[in-house]
Design a protein around this ligand. Structure first.
Ligand code: ASP
Length: 328
């Protein structure tokens, strides 16, 4: 079994008593029957809602250094934004080494606290050569999820993490990781970076939407993700405002449903997916809106936009790449 570097960031797993303090990394790991070869990095002690892009750029840099040194990595944080951190690390840390992200749903001072079991499972995954080359993994409740699929689906259940439409790619059984299937492509189409200064907006459409929130997407933003209805639909009056935005910045069309892919040519009327794509929007495919925002942020950070506009084919290809194999 390999060496593992553990990065603790705070969250419920370290929220003893529920006040503003978070336990140290050493306290979080205390009492755990951890393999000897564990290096601890007490990285942040915050609720995960307060993690910033600056924090995550610094985390990605440190994780990259650790894995380049031959270590597996475990990132321990709050579950509220865990799916976003995991996906971002998946984009920024291209490595064959296992990287497992975990946390807890129950505070350490409450009955049935799940932190120790999740941490033990994540350490087992990060130390196991069989978990190499899978991209970043989300490990909770003895399930192993690919970061690109994982979502928090329940406010309190310890089985909150799920991979809608695919299921977990493996499980931890009696302390041993068992991989059932492997993603067909790496998550990042090429090495990507994160510029914390870039701003990408996420606007969720809702019934009766008149586009007031779209009007707020001004020069402060270098990209936009629209969490649209169904397979990628918007009210007809919003087509022109969206098209105007897409002439200026990349606008990605995602679905607010929570699973499945956006479509391209099933519906053709005003506000249909075909109409919106025809007006310059870029399909998110299978990526949920929050992850689509992070991929677009990383692409913009990595030079997909410039003084003369944005590279629509490159951005489109990066999203298509995640739709599964078999596509042209
Ligand atoms: N679930 C919260 C989080 O994601 C708990 C907290 O405030 O620590 O961090």
């Amino acid at each position: 079994m390999g060496r593992v570097t553990v990065f603790t960031l705070g969250g419920t797993i370290s929220a003893r008593g529920g006040d503003a303090n978070r336990m140290t990394g050493r306290e979080v790991l205390a009492g755990l029957d951890a393999p000897e070869d564990v290096v601890l990095r007490d990285f942040r002690r915050v609720p995960s809602a307060s993690l910033s892009f600056e924090d995550l750029a610094a985390l990605a840099e440190e994780v990259r250094t650790a894995v380049a040194d031959g270590s597996g990595a475990v990132v321990v944080q709050g579950t509220d934004t865990l799916e976003e951190t995991a996906f971002l690390l998946d984009l920024l840390c291209t490595t064959e080494q296992p990287i497992a992200v975990t946390g807890a749903m129950r505070r350490p001072d409450l009955p049935g606290a799940d932190g120790p079991a999740n941490l033990a499972a994540a350490l087992a995954v990060a130390a196991d050569p069989a978990c190499r080359d899978l991209g970043v993994l989300v490990v909770l409740a003895d399930e192993i999820h690919a970061a690109r699929h994982a979502r928090k689906t329940h406010t309190t259940s310890i089985a909150t993490f799920a991979s809608p439409g695919t299921g977990p790619i493996g499980a931890v059984v009696e302390g041993e990781p068992r991989i059932l299937f492997r993603p067909t492509t790496p998550t990042a189409p090429c090495p990507l970076t994160l510029d914390p200064a870039i701003r990408v907006a996420l606007v969720t459409l809702s019934l009766g939407d008149r586009g007031e929130l779209l009007e707020a997407v001004d020069e402060r933003f270098q990209g936009l993700v629209v969490a649209a209805f169904g397979a990628g639909h918007a009210p007809a009056p919003l087509v022109e405002p969206l098209a105007a935005l897409a002439r200026r910045i990349p606008v990605v069309l995602a679905s607010r449903t929570g699973s499945g892919s956006t479509l391209a040519h099933t519906y053709r009327g005003p506000g249909s997916e075909h109409d919106l794509l025809h007006h310059g929007l870029i399909p998110a495919g299978r990526l949920d809106p929050a992850k689509a925002r992070l991929l677009l942020h990383a692409l913009v950070s990595s030079g997909a936009t410039g003084p003369h506009g944005y590279d629509r084919p490159r951005i489109t290809a990066a999203f298509t790449h995640l739709n599964g194999s078999g596509l042209a």
